[in-house]
Design a protein. Sequence first.
Length: 477
Amino acid sequence: MATLLIVIIALALIFDYINGFHDAANSIATVVSTKVLSPFQAVAWAAFFNFVAFFIFKDHGVANTIAKTVHEADITLEVILAGLIAAIGWNLLTWWYGIPSSSSHTLIGGFAGAAIAHAGFQAIELATIGKIASFIILAPLIGMLVAFIISLWFLNSFRKSIVPKIVSLLIIAGTVYFVSNSFENHSSKILGFKKTEQTDKGLEIKDIPNKTPAQIMGIKKGDILVSVDARIIDDKKEFNRILKSHRSGDPITFVVIRKDELKEIKTTFQPRFETPILNYIAFGENVKWLLIGFIVISIALFTLFLNQLNYAQSERWFKRMQLVSSAAFSIGHGGNDSQKVMGIITVALIAGNQITSFEQMPNWVPLSCYAVIALGTMSGGWKIIKTMGSRITKVTPFEGVAAETAGALTLFVTEMFKIPVSTTHTITGSIIGVGATKRLSAVRWGVTINLLWAWILTIPVSALLAAGVYFIISLFK
């Protein structure tokens, strides 16, 4: 049992490594094709930001979704082993032929196919797999639409018109409001007060997720929060204002009315670091939105003066901005794809009786997954880079910024909703979106249709491969 578990963890990390070099093209195809960075510089850049994602994505919602694609009672180590072998095989095959298929859907298809071979179709969670499968179409469509809109915004900014400038100013104001509001509200969410409802006595707690500070402090669903640090809670905004003004390093004391016992209790939370409470609890959740906000605001400020630049000047500025947009996409890639392997390793630990629930995931799991995918990215994936960077449509620095920003936005939003999506599908859709703004014939639709077939076939082919591998493994049990 222990030996098999170690083999599975090793194979999962091998898959993570292959995922890195298989998907390296997603992050760097545009910066290589536009000659912003050399191929080696580009993979180093992408790998670094793949690992930076470890410090940003903390709730592991995508990993949890992957873990729930198969019912826990039907997960065995043999099922996980068969799924991983099939996923690795399909990934290597598509890499060899330069096909940018989805590593994410390969893993999901392999896991589900092995489970079906083990216990039948009732073993899989059809609703979860259906949601994941729908984003085979939705992710590239969202990326394409966002990239198309950003490209049109750029193109109109070249004209001497007041309308694009007004749009840019509105975008700046909206982004500042969104990012500041994110900081204002995330503090209470990370503490564990995800859902509250105003009452005449205070804030009634409607939901307490496991392992959040509120749950650890003993606050329960239905309790009413009446004060923080001896300050009365009038509404949700007041709650967040108190958290924001909390003194650095000091414990924070909550008073709640215990609904089931009709009595008042005090409970205290001690921040781990000598930092303001808001920074302690909100950094990882907010930094991705800060990054996107920085990119959007930088682009908006740039578009205000775009019509005053000649072609050579605008190209130089777009190349500089492409470094930031590709970094953002690499963070999204690391955060999304590493979590898929984290989910598989965690269910293996549960099946191997090392832990009893997903929430008990050891710290070495995310750390190793982020490190290995970064190493994989460093290895490159040059055949796929050629397909992504030149065969779909010719990409300029202007279009590279649009495609990568659209891809990063799509990945961050889907991660927020805990939906595993393919970074391959997302950036391909984004590249098609910028190509379509020139003219529809600028997109090489023959190549695109071939890619689409590869995407559609990935889950069923991986599932069939995994089922075959599982039957072979079962012969030796």
